[in-house]
Design a protein around this ligand. Structure first.
Ligand code: NAI
Length: 294
């Protein structure tokens, strides 16, 4: 407990420039939280169009946060710089990857980043189900890469897992924890095991709920039961919030690639229904809320 309380507090790491690759659900919101704390963030994705929704979400968050102070909201928004070409890599103190959950894509990205980043820049992946060591082995200096695993929604969730591999340097690990503290979040040191800690526990819970759907129980009934029990959100709504594609990747990481997915989940993904981010999953989503019949 004592060790946890102090983790990341002692480090003298004051990152000013952050580069985030992947402007989806996670990357966009990670960039927003950094800008909110005064950091200058370059946000990279495959096109300006893909970055635009993240900027719109950031604008809303800053408006709410700086209610009645439009100048402050504007300054914060100015600190999030769309950067489809990735120019920000060369100047960043911290580079966080939050692209598609695909090992080869992440390895290729980090090979390129390592060539262009400052030698002292901290490199981090937000992967939820891949091993950090499997990404890091693509690097000339694997010790530079750690996992900084945020939870969704980033603005709300206080915990961030900081993942070290046997190769990670003490310096990278220490800086990652300090960076998480700068975002007013609690860094939790975890091992580079499938699901790290939180998803290793949460994954089976969500998958059991999906198997109940396969058995014919309505998602709303399952969610209502777990909310009545005291959970802040039901497991099926949680799957929708996380993203069904991410849930598939996480399930495979935990149970093995050959594992049989719950049919309800596989069918939805095959139909392109990825949950909240696509507007349709087990629920239909409007204005960020799941539409449930009373
Ligand atoms: P997402 O699908 O919302 O966003 C991914 C973004 O990456 C897309 O905008 C895509 O255009 C972009 N992208 C893909 N390849 C790229 C490349 N080579 N260069 C630049 N941009 C590229 O995905 P989401 O949910 O934000 O997940 C991103 C990462 O965060 C994944 O590794 C996932 O496992 C992890 N994660 C997801 C959580 C969730 O609840 N969705 C929670 C914690 C971690």
């Amino acid at each position: 407990q004592e060790r946890l309380k102090g983790f990341g507090k002692d480090a003298d790491f004051n990152p000013l420039r952050v580069h985030v690759v992947g402007a989806g659900v996670m990357g966009g919101d990670i960039a927003t939280e950094c800008a909110l704390r005064g950091m200058i963030v370059t946000l990279q994705d495959q096109s300006v169009e893909r970055i635009a929704p993240a900027i719109a979400r950031a604008a809303k968050r800053f408006e709410r946060k700086f209610k009645g102070k439009p100048r402050e909201a504007r300054f914060a928004l100015d600190r999030v710089i769309p950067d489809p070409a990735g120019h920000g890599v060369a100047r960043a103190d911290v580079i966080i990857e939050a692209i598609v959950e695909n090992l080869e894509a992440k390895r290729a990205l980090f090979v390129d980043i390592e060539l262009r980043a400052r030698p002292d820049a901290l490199l981090a992946s937000n992967t939820s189900s891949l091993r950090i060591a499997d990404i890091a082995s693509a690097l000339a200096e694997p010790g530079r890469l750690v996992g900084i695993h945020f939870f969704n929604p980033v603005a709300v969730m206080p915990l961030v897992e900081v993942v070290r591999t046997p190769a990670s340097s003490d310096e990278a690990f220490r800086r990652a924890a300090a960076f998480v503290r700068k975002l007013d979040k609690l860094p939790l040191p975890v091992k580079d095991e499938p699901g790290f800690l939180v998803n290793a526990v949460l994954g089976p819970y969500m998958y059991e709920a999906l198997r109940c759907v396969d058995e014919g129980i309505a998602p709303e009934a399952i969610d209502a039961a777990l909310v009545a029990y005291g959970m802040p959100m039901g497991p099926i709504e949680l799957v929708d919030t996380v993203g069904l594609d991410i849930a598939v990747a996480a399930g495979k990481a935990l149970a093995g690639a050959a594992a049989v997915l719950p049919k309800a989940l596989a069918d939805k993904v095959a139909a392109g229904h990825l949950g909240k981010k696509s507007g349709q999953g087990f629920y239909t989503w409007q204005a960020g809320k799941a539409q449930k019949s009373a």
